[in-house]
Design a protein around this ligand. Structure first.
Ligand SMILES: Nc1ncnc2c1ncn2[C@@H]1O[C@H](COP(=O)(O)OP(=O)(O)OP(=O)(O)O)[C@@H](O)[C@H]1O
Ligand SMILES: [Mg+2]
Length: 440
């Protein structure tokens, strides 16, 4: 048997008919048969040879669930500040929402007194501005399992793709089968805007509207006992299911909802506040201000069904990043990219610094790319490639100061003359004149 490459006459699984999803998704046998990984998992399960998640599932006492500590909103916000720059209002809303959610989970009040409803959260904002980062950081702070799923991989029953219950399977895996933790975890559903009704659909095999997926998610979002197929993929009748109660699972939806600003602007008549429809000229602050005015009806006009929108009572805007925030992202978060590079340089007996103007230039370039803070990493990686290539070849101490000219490509990236150790000549390469004018 060959993995991936050698295939039968078609690329479809000979057992379930699913098409190949690229390398490693299919194993080909002699005579032109193929089997996909989902069917292999089912065979493993039938023969008892697989990684049996179902055996790991611990029906632990739900009352045994506890958090090491439930931080108060101010603590959650302070910890988010360590990783996420800007987005202050959103961080505050999230801190309160998450604290309330776990208070509700940890102290069930008898229903006769007052019913505390679950508050799923929708994060709306442009790409690369911190939606996934916020969700990841929250899960880390709270020490609860977090599963990240992509709404575009989900499909309505009857179409090629994954059932919505696969989101729960992911969470169960992250929690390593601990049911109490699974049922109190966080599921982040990314690209939620892509299952909008009117959105052009990127997949030809999926239901054309995406509406069916929204329908499928309704029950999970609200709270239900869902039957989770232990091998993932499509549910099938012979299979054993793992029941998971979603009542206390916090769902966070994230999406860029590209173009929703136009719907909001039309409704509010706020076109004149400096907001321009020309994408190149959109002022980040003005766009953020328009987004802040989002109402459920805008989401419905965008293509989300009313029942779906209704199940996300908390809507937070993740604002486009402005220049000063981009500069801070370079250096301030605990895992800031510049800090990471500085650590690499230190390992090679070298040091790395940037001038203020260099940071400014990087931020300007990143904003032009319109991919949020992601552009920063790409820019720095490109910039440092040659240096990172040469750095480990030499062991003498070197000091690099990156200037705006180097970022513009007007000056080569070469070290400042090192404090030459006794007996060793200074490297032959000369230091660019530009570097002397700027201070580190
Ligand atoms: N506000 C921010 N503060 C610090 N870093 C950020 C911020 N926003 C984005 N980043 C950096 O950019 C990367 C990408 O951000 P993230 O994954 O959160 O984007 P996103 O909003 O989920 O975008 P998409 O809509 O494309 O999924 C993060 O891993 C992080 O390094
Ligand atoms: Mg994301």
């Amino acid at each position: 048997m060959a993995k991936g490459t050698k295939r039968g006459p078609t690329n479809n699984c000979s057992f379930c008919g699913a098409p190949s999803r690229g390398e490693d998704s299919m194993v080909a046998g002699p005579g032109g048969v193929n089997i996909c990984i989902a069917c292999i998992a089912i065979c493993n399960d039938m023969l008892g040879t697989g990684d049996k998640l179902i055996d790991k599932v611990r029906k632990s006492d739900k009352r045994a669930f506890s958090l090491k500590r439930l931080p108060v909103p101010a603590q959650i916000k302070a910890e988010l500040d360590d990783y996420v720059i800007g987005q202050n209002h959103t961080k505050k809303v999230l801190a309160v929402a998450v604290n309330n959610h776990y208070k509700r989970v940890l102290n069930p009040i008898p229903e006769s007194e007052v019913e505390l409803e679950k508050s799923n959260i929708l994060l709306i904002g442009p790409t690369g501005c911190g939606k996934t980062l916020l969700a990841r950081t929250l899960a880390k702070i709270l020490d609860v399992p977090l599963a990240i799923g992509d709404a575009t991989t989900l499909t309505e029953a009857g179409y090629v793709g994954e059932d919505v219950e696969n989101l729960l399977l992911k969470l169960l895996r992250v929690a390593d089968g601990d049911m109490a933790r699974t049922e109190r975890g966080i599921i982040f559903i990314d690209e939620i805007d892509k299952i909008g009704r009117t959105h052009d659909n990127p997949s030809i095999t999926r239901d054309v509207s995406g509406e069916g997926v929204q329908q499928g998610l309704l029950k999970l979002l609200e709270g239900t006992i869902a039957n989770v197929p232990p091998q993932g993929g499509r549910k099938h009748p012979e299979q054993e299911y793992i029941p998971v109660d979603t009542t206390h699972i916090l769902f966070i939806g994230g999406g860029s909802f590209e173009g929703i600003e136009k719907i909001i602007a039309r409704r509010t008549g706020k076109k004149t506040i400096g907001f321009k429809t020309d994408a190149q000229a959109v002022d980040e602050r003005a766009l953020g201000d328009v987004l802040e005015m989002v109402e459920p009806e805008d989401l419905i006009e965008f293509g989300m069904i009313p029942e779906f929108v209704g199940r996300f009572p908390i809507v937070c805007i993740v604002r486009p990043l402005v220049l000063e925030e981009m500069i801070k992202i370079l250096t301030e978060p605990k895992n800031a990219i510049v800090r990471q590079y500085q650590a690499f340089f230190k390992m090679e007996n070298a040091s790395l610094n940037f001038t203020e103007k260099a940071f400014h230039e990087l931020a300007v370039k990143a904003i032009e790319k319109k991919t949020g803070a992601r552009a920063l990493r790409a820019l720095i990686e490109n910039l440092m490639l040659d240096v990172m290539y040469d750095l480990p070849s030499r062991k003498d101490p070197r000091k690099y100061v990156i200037t705006d000219k180097m970022i513009k490509g007007d000056a080569p990236i070469v070290p400042d003359p090192p404090a030459a150790p006794a007996g060793e000549p200074t490297p032959a390469k000369s230091r660019p004149a530009s570097a002397e004018k700027e201070s580190a």
